[in-house]
Ligand binder design. Structure first.
Ligand code: UDP
Ligand code: MG
Length: 322
């Protein structure tokens, strides 16, 4: 399909919804979303990406599609994760404005008209910024805040604090994102990589309506490392400076040893200080190797260039687009 044909079938607004085991809350989600979208009077589509759900999310989605053709389905071949699922939806949606949103109603669809308003004022990216994060533990909030502080200090792409994937993106912002060649995609930062004029709208984040979070701590830690290593090489470079500092101190210490030897003659060498130096340097070297390994592993995965996701089937969408 050419870009021109694609424009001809474009809708005004696309919602992109990654779904993994969301059957329980699906009806509530559809009811609330269609209620809000119908009221805007816009021509829209809801692109639901079934990310290898083990429950009957797919069957339920098909039911919804039978009733309302504006519900489109992308069925991935297995569970790839929220970010690949989101990528699949973003690649296939056709809206002039695109809103990625979670299926658990933690992001209130009622905010969408405000996002659209800002888009119509000319902004390409309209962030939905969480004012509160009900239903999330103190620890999750604290770790998240520490992560974003480190992220923003290290990385030039600036992202407002407390944003998730929920936002509105113009067609050109989505096209720019889809054109990025990398396979491993840390979406929150990548979605902001292209830049373009951005605005913010604040909202209260609700607790999940049904089911449980699919982000256990281990996965969050990996995602945090992915987020930093995908955009910053500072963790690699910092070791040159650590090495320099250690060498300079070692040289100073050597000078001190020679001078004190000449001045005071032989001394019994200290076992404790020797151990401290050996262990300290061993530790620094292992950390350096570990950091190298983190990057090397990611280069290894990127070089293989395996697809970010594999689509098993789609309904209501043209797969040949990208
Ligand atoms: N999700 C997905 N694949 C996964 C994990 C999650 O498509 O492997 C979807 C999930 O169905 C939901 C969204 O991503 O629509 C956010 O997931 P979740 O609510 O578990 O994350 P949290 O809100 O706790 O960050
Ligand atoms: Mg959630």
């Amino acid at each position: 399909m050419s870009a021109c044909e694609r424009a001809a079938v474009a809708v005004e607004l696309s919602l992109v919804v990654p779904m993994f085991d969301e059957a329980q809350g699906l009806d509530a989600f559809m009811t609330r979303v269609t209620g809000v979208l119908d009221a805007t009077g816009m021509d829209y589509e809801i692109v639901c990406v079934n990310d290898g759900s083990r429950d009957d999310t797919l069957a339920r989605l098909r039911e919804h599609r039978r009733r309302d053709a504006r519900v489109k389905v992308v069925n991935l071949s297995r569970n790839f994760g929220q970010e690949p699922a989101l990528c699949a939806g973003l690649a296939l949606c056709r809206g002039r404005a695109v809103v990625p949103i979670d299926a658990d109603l933690q992001d209130p669809p009622e905010l969408i008209p405000q996002l659209i308003e800002k888009w119509r004022e000319g902004f390409d990216v309209v962030y939905a910024v969480r004012r509160s994060r009900a239903g999330e533990g103190v620890l999750k909030r604290a770790t998240s805040s520490v992560f974003w502080r480190i992220h923003n200090a290290l990385i030039a792409v600036s992202i407002p604090a407390n944003t998730g994937i929920f936002r509105l993106m113009s067609r050109r912002a989505v096209d720019a994102l889809n054109a990025l060649p990398e396979k491993q995609r840390f979406m929150k930062t990548l979605m902001s990589f292209a830049g373009f004029p951005a605005a913010e709208v604040a909202f209260e984040r609700a607790p999940r309506t049904a089911g449980a979070t699919k982000w256990p701590w281990g996965k969050m830690w990996t995602a945090a490392l992915d987020g930093i290593t995908a955009f910053s090489t500072l963790p690699l470079r910092v070791w040159s400076y650590v090495g320099l500092a250690v060498s300079v101190s070692a040289f100073a210490y050597a000078v001190f040893l020679v001078v004190s030897k000449l001045a005071y003659g032989g001394q019994v060498p200290g076992y404790a200080s020797l151990m401290v130096v050996v262990l300290f340097l061993g530790g620094v070297q292992l950390i350096t190797l570990g950091v190298l390994g983190e990057y090397l592993g990611r280069i290894f995965h990127e070089v293989k260039a395996r697809p970010t996701y594999i689509i098993e089937s789609t309904e209501g969408l043209d797969e040949s687009v990208d």
